[in-house]
Write a protein that binds this ligand. Structure first.
Ligand code: PTJ
Length: 249
């Protein structure tokens, strides 16, 4: 990684780019993950590169849904494995939820590399290598998953995913929580709960809500989840972005 001076106004953003490009060279992040990241960065600019109130609310409801779930799974792809693997492990222990490597550009080599990366960060059990089941309606490689992981999950948290997978999981009757900076994406529009935030901020925020909600009555959490209006949140987010952009000059 090149040395980026802390004084650089875009220090965090440049460090993140370095992290991802190093991860591409290591064979963890897919090279198209850089393009996906660029799209995410553009939307993060629109949001002001911080968690807006509507995202915070989504993170809160997601935490409630994950606590209520019987078999929750956090899906890990090449971008998340580079950006915040440790935070995903902390969240999975806190809920508790399973971690499963589930890739769009799946190869055994990448799955194994991500597996050992998660191990290096302290993950205990990691699903996704067995690949003994298929997400219905996705073609062979992209659909591969573990029968006792995503296949049998009731709630799946999918950080930055393609819309196809989100829809396929929903068709299987699962509740899908998606983290996607793009409020217009198919993923954001299809998910049950969409978090329009950077995965780097979103995962720790969900973890704090999970900790907070441990003392709550399950029926109160259930009410929160049942009353969630995802489309309203998307509309509010788009209004936030347009107002913010309109007031800039
Ligand atoms: O590792 P693999 O093989 O599973 O591949 C992963 C990628 C991301 C390459 C694959 O799923 C893909 O092509 O995704 P898309 O269709 O480009 O969608 C990625 C979405 O994530 C886009 O809508 C971006 O706006 C969003 N995004 C990118 N970076 C972040 C993000 N959302 C939240 N946090 C980010 N850091």
């Amino acid at each position: 990684m090149i040395e980026i001076p802390k004084s650089h106004p875009r220090y965090d953003s440049l460090r993140t780019r370095e992290k991802l490009s190093k991860s591409v060279l290591e064979g963890i992040t897919h090279h198209t993950g850089l393009i996906a990241h660029g799209r995410g960065e553009a939307f993060d600019y629109f949001l002001g590169e911080k968690t807006i109130e509507y995202a915070y609310e989504s993170e809160k409801i997601s935490a409630a849904a994950l606590i209520l779930a019987e078999n929750p799974v956090i899906s890990i792809n090449g971008n998340v494995a580079a950006l915040n693997p440790k935070d995903c492990i902390v969240l999975s222990n806190e809920i508790p939820a399973k971690l499963e490597i589930n890739l769009f550009h799946r190869t055994d080599e990448r799955v194994n590399k991500i597996y050992y990366e998660l191990k290096r960060y302290g993950a205990d059990k990691i699903y996704g290598r067995k690949a003994d089941a298929n997400i219905s309606s996705l073609d062979h490689n992209r659909g591969l998953c573990d029968r006792d992981g995503i296949y049998s999950a009731d709630v799946v948290l999918v950080p930055l995913e393609d819309g196809d997978r989100c829809m396929a999981l929903k068709k299987m009757g699962k509740k899908v929580i998606a983290i996607d900076l793009n409020p217009l994406s198919r993923t954001a529009r299809e998910a049950d709960i969409s978090i329009i935030d950077n995965v780097i901020r979103a995962i720790p925020n969900i973890t704090s809500w999970v900790k907070n909600f441990k003392k709550y009555d399950k029926s109160d959490l259930s009410d929160m989840v049942n009353n969630w209006e995802n489309n309203l949140m998307l509309k509010n987010t788009l209004n936030f972005i347009s107002k913010r952009l309109n007031s800039m000059f």
